[in-house]
Design a protein around this ligand. Structure first.
Ligand SMILES: [Zn+2]
Length: 663
């Protein structure tokens, strides 16, 4: 024991000369993003009051070509006050987690906001407010850009006494106090079974909105000025913020184990409190957690230091978490692009804090004695890691186009899981391997698959459609697009999308442009039906048959047949498809069908009978809702096998429904 303490002390001496660890936040020297914002925060955690309070120095550079005289901020924690739009929409229940405790409420108060006059030297050239600092606290007003709920306090607007000129930077000093709610929507406090306090601190500080300039996202390029894109906190919506730098100093009681976004660059202690300083660059958020109970494990993947904060009851699942994280790093790097950050923190939090992404920090989630054949913790780890790309590095607007994050991420997650763990990637029960793509497809098809277009603002879905339309459906249609383009071109699409749009907030239209560039063809037929529309695809074999005909050569030495396959389009969706005909001598012939007409008949004249027809024989049309009607055979033995197969498939789907309900 003593030796271990000594060794640990030596490590600290080596790694922390003067209490500073020399680790860069990314593997690049210069900025990776535009860095319109910077946050320097010094805050303290008071566990008894569940309060995080302190000061923020925020800088914001006006990216527009005209002066901007109003700033808008998110105060997300106010979603957890009575009467908020989040409470109205959710009834206080978020993804199955809720609390009725009296102490469940949280909120954030901006105590004072001042325009600073002491910008650092490197920003001095664009100092917007030279001279004495100006108190603008009484200029703060709550606004509700999405609804008329006057009780919603999740967005504020602040009019400025003088506009920020184009290219100028304004610095604000903001004193604030955040009261953490009992965990809801992946943030807050809780107690473990021993009564020890647990904190997951997300969406916790005043965060400036994204000011979109002309030509950015959906602001017309010829607009006279840009606009703030701020939305209230909704039950079904995540986040949108600008890239910048974070320098965050946390004062936390000594007994807590702390994990945070970015790199820990300084640490000190006065015996009762520890002071931890973190830096994160080219990110758009910062989250942290504090809990006495965490076990800490460390691992390395190439340039990434992986740190796992695990609850003690899950100590036997260390390798499962690290393996999944490394599979994620490996496949996402190869298929999408570089992970430029030097750290990744995996957090096994309490209850409703799990299954969430923040820059370089993700919450995973598992259960005591999670069986090895059920790869839920692996899937969540891969999924939340994947968000480092679609949420983190690309920075989609999750309020308006959630599918660009959740859906694209669920697609790649399903590919990573199936590639890393094989056919039973989600469940590997003997004789019943279930892959991640199977699960995604099932959640898309199991209820009315026509409900919910992907391109819908997240709080405008009919209740319950958000999950399907933002996760399972986009994953499934992307798997179908992969079937259409082929895996090589699909990877080129993912890589090009990442390279062209990282740190730049792409839209659905931008994604389609990349897909069309890579495909070398117009893909309106795909996007109009499955992204903007609610088309449902199902093809069926209506009938097959043979008629004896005369030998076309006139020789009449063998019997000739005119064979037909009649196929039907069942719903409104179309998708180019292959139909395979198999003849009695074992030979096959493929025909292509665009699926546009309601039904179509394909005929063959051959000296051999048609025995079987199969729509989509390579099983690449993942988006098709019913695959049991894709095959028809005239051979009795095969027909029997087909019936058995169908019975098995039906049972299999029923089992899947049950399992699906668990997630
Ligand atoms: Zn997600």
């Amino acid at each position: 024991m003593f030796l271990r303490i000594l060794a640990a002390a030596l490590v600290v001496l080596v790694l922390l000369p003067d209490g500073v660890r020399a680790q860069a936040t990314t593997i690049h020297d210069g900025p990776l993003s535009e860095r319109r914002v910077s946050y320097t925060m010094e805050v303290s955690l008071d566990p008894d009051r569940r309060a995080v309070s302190g000061r923020q120095r925020l800088t914001w550079r006006n990216p527009d070509s005209v002066p901007v005289d109003e700033l808008q901020f998110h105060l997300y924690l106010n979603a957890f006050k009575p009467g908020s739009t989040f409470q109205e929409e959710s009834g206080g229940v978020h993804r199955g987690f809720s609390s009725q405790d009296d102490d469940r409420w949280g909120g954030i108060t901006v105590q004072r906001m001042r325009i600073a006059s002491d910008l650092p030297a490197d920003l001095a050239g664009s100092l917007a407010y030279p001279g004495p600092e100006v108190d603008i606290t009484d200029r703060i007003r709550f606004i509700q850009p999405d609804d008329d709920n006057a009780d919603d306090e999740t967005v504020i607007a602040v009019s400025l006494p003088r506009a920020v000129e184009p290219g100028e930077t304004i610095a604000l000093d903001i004193d604030f106090e955040s009261i953490m709610p009992r965990i809801i929507a992946r943030t807050g406090f809780d107690e473990d079974s021993d009564g020890r306090p647990f904190f997951f601190v997300g969406q916790w500080f005043p965060k400036i909105g994204v000011y979109e300039v002309p030509g950015q996202r959906y602001v017309p390029a010829d607009a006279s000025r840009g606009a703030w894109n701020t939305h209230q906190f909704h039950s079904n919506s995540e986040f949108y913020a600008d890239y910048g730098t974070y320098d965050v100093t946390l004062r936390v009681p000594e007994s807590f184990v702390v994990g945070a976004s970015g790199v820990r660059v300084e640490e000190s202690s006065d015996g009762s409190s520890q002071v931890l300083r973190y830096r994160a660059d080219d990110v758009h958020d910062f989250a942290w957690t504090a809990y006495e109970g965490y076990l800490v494990f460390e691992d390395q993947w190439e340039h990434v230091a992986i740190r796992l904060l695990l609850r003690p009851e899950h100590a036997d699942q260390v390798a499962r978490h690290f393996d999944a994280a490394k599979f994620g790093l490996d496949r996402f790097t190869a298929w999408v692009g570089e992970y430029p950050y030097t750290t990744l923190t995996l957090v096994d939090g309490l209850g409703g804090s799990n299954g969430m992404e923040y820059p370089t920090l993700i919450t995973c989630g598992t259960y005591y004695r999670m069986p090895g054949w059920l790869r839920a913790p692996e899937m969540v780890t891969v999924h939340e890691f994947g968000h480092q790309y679609f949420y983190g590095l690309l920075g989609s607007n999750e309020f308006e186009e959630a599918w660009l994050d959740e859906g694209m991420n669920s697609y790649v997650e399903s590919r990573v899981m199936d590639d890393a763990y094989g056919p039973g990637a989600m469940m590997s029960l003997p004789g019943l391997p279930i892959g991640d793509r199977d699960m995604q497809r099932l959640s898309y098809t199991k209820d009315d698959p026509s409900r919910g277009a992907l391109f819908t603002w997240s709080w405008k879905y009919r209740f319950g459609d958000y999950g399907k339309a933002s996760y399972a459906k986009p994953a499934t249609i992307m798997n179908a697009l992969e079937g259409y383009l082929g895996w090589e071109r699909m990877r080129t699409f993912l890589r090009t999308y990442y390279e062209r749009w990282r740190f730049r907030h792409p839209t659905t239209r931008d994604l389609q442009d990349v897909a069309e560039d890579v495909a070398g063809e117009d893909l309106d037929w795909f996007f109009d039906q499955y992204v903007y529309g609610t088309a449902v695809l199902d093809y069926a074999i209506d009938s097959i048959g043979n008629t004896e005909v005369a030998d076309p050569s006139g020789a009449d030495s063998v019997d000739w047949y005119r064979s037909r396959i009649r196929v039907e389009r069942v719903y409104d969706g179309t998708f180019p498809v292959t139909i395979r005909a198999r003849f009695a001598d074992g030979s096959t012939e493929d025909v292509r069908w665009d699926g546009v007409s309601r039904w179509e008949e394909f005929t063959f004249t051959k000296p051999v009978r048609l025995e079987e027809a199969y729509i989509d024989p390579d099983d690449i049309l993942w988006v098709e809702t019913d695959r049991l009607n894709n095959r028809r055979t005239l051979a009795p033995s095969d027909a029997f096998a087909g019936r058995e197969r169908r019975k098995f498939t039906t049972r299999f789907q029923q089992i899947l429904y049950v399992i699906q309900a668990l997630f």
